[in-house]
Write a protein that binds this ligand. Structure first.
Ligand SMILES: NC(=O)c1ccc[n+]([C@@H]2O[C@H](COP(=O)([O-])OP(=O)(O)OC[C@H]3O[C@@H](n4cnc5c(N)ncnc54)[C@H](OP(=O)(O)O)[C@@H]3O)[C@@H](O)[C@H]2O)c1
Length: 222
């Protein structure tokens, strides 16, 4: 069992539907949450994940705030819909910057802090939220699916390296969740989706996985 009580957890995307629920759930477990958001007034630390320097500055600011980081939850992301023939370079770049490159950089930048947490006798963790599209790439969501599959592949590959430093990474791949994300696409329009998962249930399932030392959260876990 991993105790969240007294741990310092960085939640990236803390203004989002899932990110804000993660912050609440972690605080209810006794964790201290450092939120990171695009808007400087909304989170404890700020950074636009389209900026390649944002990951380093977010992790540095978070570690300075409490002197350590014991967990990182990456709950920022953007979605885009539509046929590939209508996919603009700007949309493609933003999808990969926010959904793949920024999480990869956040993982890299947080590794020394989390390794120090392990050395101090804690059980540090990283959670990514790639989603079911990483397992089942979906028509109309081709570039979104590819950006999330890139992140999921990275988490699988880096997990052994992290394990050697005492750090656990859990990639969560829930299906469509009723957060309103599909109403905020950076391009295109969402098709009608069947009713999705409850955001609170998704967050509770991920928190349980952290506490129970689970190593993966495939779509079937939700
Ligand atoms: N909802 C689903 O069906 C579902 C399913 C599987 C996986 N996921 C993944 O779960 C994560 C959270 O999704 P959600 O449903 O909670 O969506 P959400 O409510 O729209 O939250 C998205 C978050 O990402 C942040 N963000 C977007 N672009 C950013 C940028 N350039 N720099 C910094 N922050 C940025 C947003 O900040 P702003 O408020 O500043 O825009 C917001 O905090 C996403 O990665 C999503 O792909 C969602």
């Amino acid at each position: 069992m991993t105790s969240l009580h007294g741990s310092v957890v960085l939640v990236v995307g803390s203004t989002g539907a899932l990110g804000s629920l993660f912050a609440k759930a972690l605080e209810a477990e006794g964790a201290t949450v450092v939120g990171a958001a695009r808007d400087a007034t909304a989170g404890s630390v700020a950074g636009d994940l389209r900026d390649e320097l944002a990951a380093a500055s977010i992790v540095e600011a978070a570690s300075e705030e409490h002197g350590r980081i014991d967990g990182v939850i990456i709950a920022a992301g953007v979605v885009a819909f539509g046929p590939v023939g209508e996919l603009s370079d700007a949309t493609l770049a933003e999808l990969f910057a926010v959904n793949a490159l920024a999480p990869i950089r956040l993982i890299r930048e947080s590794m020394p802090h989390l390794a120090a947490s392990a050395t101090d006798g804690r059980e540090p963790f990283i959670v990514t939220l790639s989603g079911v599209v990483a397992e089942t790439p979906t028509a109309g969501l081709a570039a979104y699916s590819a950006s999330k599959a890139a992140l999921a592949a990275f988490t699988t590959a880096v997990s052994r390296e992290l394990r050697r430093s005492g750090i656990r990474i859990v990639d969560a791949r829930p299906g469509h969740t009723e957060t309103g994300l599909t109403t905020r696409p950076i391009a295109g329009t969402a098709p009608a989706f069947p009713a999705g998962l409850e955001p609170e249930a998704v967050v509770a399932r991920v928190i349980r996985a952290i506490v129970d030392n689970e190593k993966d959260l495939p779509s079937t876990a939700f």
